[in-house]
Design a protein around this ligand. Structure first.
Ligand code: HEC
Ligand code: HEC
Length: 380
């Protein structure tokens, strides 16, 4: 039977019995008043009194039982919906590539509104901070977060955010300090988006954090699931070549990013676009992609747009060379050259700005070959 119907019947019956009892009690009082010394009337009254007590007891018992059942039913319903969520949520396994939870699952989260806003800020950053941005106009270059963090940071090896919730705050040698999620997000605002940091207490920052936390649900603390971030492309034995890279660029990239690398509008909607790869509207020299290994990894697993990490189109040589071509083009300078890498021994092998702890020239740190540099630090 429908539980709502059942409950109405139970409560109506209870109400009727209580009303009957009240009427009966007042009649009993009349009988007690007139019973005087009539023994048989007195006995009847005492029987009825007992009956009244038993009925009250029964009513109390019924009320207790129905309250307990209601609580149990509610708990069961919660457990059932949690089981449904758990059944469709990806299961963490260090051996297999982590898959992001389905976006529609975010709608069942207590934080649904904030998570959805965070995701939108990542996917359509231009709408909020671009030329005519809703939150702060003209605050960033021509990119969205999603230009580099594909599928709003949820694609395996597409520079995703799988390990953000599980590994921050963390000590980062680039700044030499403990970085929280807001600090790391603002790193990308100031470098990859060549713009202004946003207030760490703003609704926008809270939304981005809520989205990243949600995306990392199910990833154990400190774990970095397979498929996090970007893949490593095996080193070449020669320096990466901007000249060879230009040929790759012209044949495989310029159709979307433009012969001049400045990107193109994406028909039919004018607001989506193929992003610029160099020049004033692109990432600056302090950005992660200005490190050749990061750009080569991004390109190998994700470009030309549409390929995936397990079905790439470029060879390792092509990935390194086209990365060398893109990063040999002009772009905004490094805003934090003086303060980054306070411990120079911690600079990554492909950080293209000296001074170094080793004696390899800047140009080798920029284009390679990297094997000798890595070997040098391994020996130490
Ligand atoms: C030009 C490309 C680019 C853009 C645009 C960009 N990022 Fe990044 N982001 C990177 C790269 C590259 C890394 C570092 C990857 C690595 O070191 O493996 C990174 C790393 C991060 C990380 C740390 C991930 C981790 O697991 O440690 C966060 C968080 C992040 N970005 C947030 C953002 C946000 C938010 C935006 C938009 C406001 C944004 N990024 C825009 C390229 C970009
Ligand atoms: C079919 C169109 C297309 C082709 C071809 C293509 N890209 Fe892209 N590329 C995109 C799109 C679209 C994005 C942004 C992704 C998004 O917004 O979801 C992008 C983003 C990028 C980015 C990061 C954002 C930025 O502007 O720095 C780089 C780097 C990049 N592409 C390099 C390349 C390289 C190198 C090639 C050639 C090997 C290439 N792309 C070929 C469409 C394309």
């Amino acid at each position: 039977m429908d539980s709502l119907y059942l409950y109405s019947v139970v409560w109506l019956t209870l109400a009727a019995v209580v009303a009957g009892l009240i009427v009966m009690s007042s009649n009993l009082d009349v009988f007690i008043a007139v019973s005087g010394s009539n023994e048989s009337l007195k006995r009847q009254v005492s029987h009825l009194n007992w009956l009244r007590k038993i009925l009250w007891f029964g009513i109390l018992l019924l009320i207790t039982i129905s309250v307990v059942t209601a609580i149990r039913m509610l708990n069961e319903r919660n457990r059932a919906s949690e089981a449904i969520r758990a059944a469709v949520w990806p299961v963490y396994n260090p051996e297999t590539v982590w898959k992001a939870p389905n976006v529609s699952l975010a709608e069942t989260d207590d934080n649904a509104v904030l998570i959805a806003y965070g995701r939108d800020l990542i996917a359509r950053t231009q709408d909020y901070f671009g030329t005519s941005g809703l939150v702060r106009p003209d605050a960033i270059n021509g990119l969205n977060c999603q230009s580099c963090h594909l599928d709003a940071g949820s694609r395996p090896f597409g520079n995703n955010y799988f390990a953000v919730a599980s590994t921050y705050p963390q000590l980062r040698p680039r700044s030499g300090s403990i970085e929280t999620i807001p600090k790391r997000v603002n790193d990308c605002f100031q470098r990859s988006l060549n713009g202004q940091p946003i207030d760490s207490t703003s609704r926008e920052m809270k939304a981005i954090i809520a989205y990243m936390r949600w995306l990392g649900t199910g990833v154990p603390k400190d774990a970095k699931p397979r498929g996090t971030g970007l893949p490593e492309v095996p080193f070449l034995d020669r320096p990466a070549s901007p000249d060879l890279g230009r040929e790759v660029y012209v044949s495989k990239c310029s159709s979307c990013h433009g012969a001049d690398g400045q990107g193109l509008p994406m028909p039919p909607e004018g607001t989506r676009f193929y992003p610029p790869l160099w020049g004033e509207r692109s990432y600056n020299q302090g950005a992660g992609l200005f490190r050749l290994s990061r750009l080569a990894g991004y390109v190998k697993a994700n470009m030309p747009f549409g390929v995936t990490y397990d079905n790439p189109q470029l060879t390792n040589e092509e990935a390194w060379d086209v990365a060398a071509y893109i990063n040999s083009q002009p772009r905004p300078g490094h805003p934090f050259l003086g303060t980054d890498w306070p411990d120079i021994a911690k600079k990554p092998y492909d950080h293209p700005f000296g001074p170094y702890r080793d004696s390899f020239p800047e140009v080798q740190h920029k284009y390679g070959p990297f094997k000798p540099i890595v070997a040098f630090y391994k020996k130490k």
